[in-house]
Design a protein around this ligand. Structure first.
Ligand SMILES: NC(=O)c1ccc[n+]([C@@H]2O[C@H](COP(=O)([O-])OP(=O)(O)OC[C@H]3O[C@@H](n4cnc5c(N)ncnc54)[C@H](O)[C@@H]3O)[C@@H](O)[C@H]2O)c1
Length: 249
């Protein structure tokens, strides 16, 4: 349970990649704040698990198996959405890490398709599904600290996550006068299933670089999403909020 108290009881959210990891925590905290949430994810198994873990919120929860890289799949999910949207969190993402010398075209294509084009596909399909009455519409794009500063072995991921920032700023310029705020969050090292599986020495080396002296938790990202979704954040648009324990200092 989050200590932050934002009331989202009149709101509805779509969270892509919401069946696991950071997206799951964002969905959970929105549900706890009273929002209705539609989780879009391509993993059938993860959706089933998420559905059962969130069963106490069944009257607020909707799930859809959606591949954000596939425009037909996205269009179908947008059409079958049971609610008008107030908040969209573009969170689905993958990594295919290799040094540039070893990176194959497929590694590039799949990461760009999911982490950059996926956001275009989903936002394009949902733009006219937003609540037309609302002056507090939200688009939150999950970028990465790597999109700001680059990273060894992540040409594809860094390019996509930098692209997300450019897209965020452009949408903020185009959409803010129409009642949206559009922002990006740039997480640092966050503890998810992927990072938990890393050897302890590697994790210790990573933590040693973080001024806050710990890995981030999915809840740290979800807290930033909650704030950006609240009416108190209505004058924040076109910005990138780093949630990284100060790693780039
Ligand atoms: N974990 C970190 O340290 C970290 C750091 C910076 C940024 N991020 C970003 O945060 C976001 C979430 O990362 P995470 O660590 O929770 O990852 P994760 O792998 O735990 O979860 C990602 C979710 O996205 C879903 N997904 C992937 N491709 C999809 C597609 N084509 N269509 C629909 N769903 C798809 C997966 O099924 C999964 O449920 C990503 O955008 C990631 O790049 C993570």
């Amino acid at each position: 349970m989050s200590d932050l108290k934002f009331n989202l009881s009149q709101k509805t959210a779509v969270v892509t990649g919401g069946a696991q990891g950071i997206g799951f925590q964002i969905a959970l905290q929105y549900l706890e704040a009273g929002a209705k949430v539609s989780i879009w994810d391509y993993s059938e198994q993860a959706l089933k698990t998420a559905h059962s873990e969130l069963s106490r919120f069944s009257h607020q929860l909707h799930t859809a198996q959606v591949d954000v890289t596939n425009r037909d799949s996205v269009a179908k999910a947008a059409t079958s959405l049971p609610w008008a949207v107030d908040i969209l969190v573009n969170n689905a993402g993958i990594t295919r890490d290799k040094s540039f010398v070893k990176m194959q075209a497929e590694d590039w294509d799949s990461v760009i398709a999911t982490n950059l084009t996926g956001l275009f596909n989903v936002t394009k399909a949902l733009l006219d599904k937003f609540n037309t009455q609302s002056h507090n519409k939200r688009i939150i794009n999950v970028s990465s600290v790597v999109g700001l500063y680059g990273n060894f072995g992540q040409t594809n991921y860094a390019a996509a996550k930098s692209g997300v920032i450019g897209m965020t700023k452009t949408w903020a310029k185009e959409l803010s006068r129409k009642g949206w705020t559009v922002n990006a969050i740039a997480p640092g090292f966050i503890m998810t299933a992927m990072t938990k599986a890393m050897p302890k020495e590697v994790l210790d080396q990573m933590v040693a670089k973080v001024p806050a002296a710990r890995m981030g938790e999915p809840q740290d990202i979800a807290n930033a999403c909650l704030f950006l979704s609240s009416e108190q954040a209505s004058y924040i648009t076109g910005t990138v909020i780093s949630v990284d324990g100060g790693i780039v200092l």
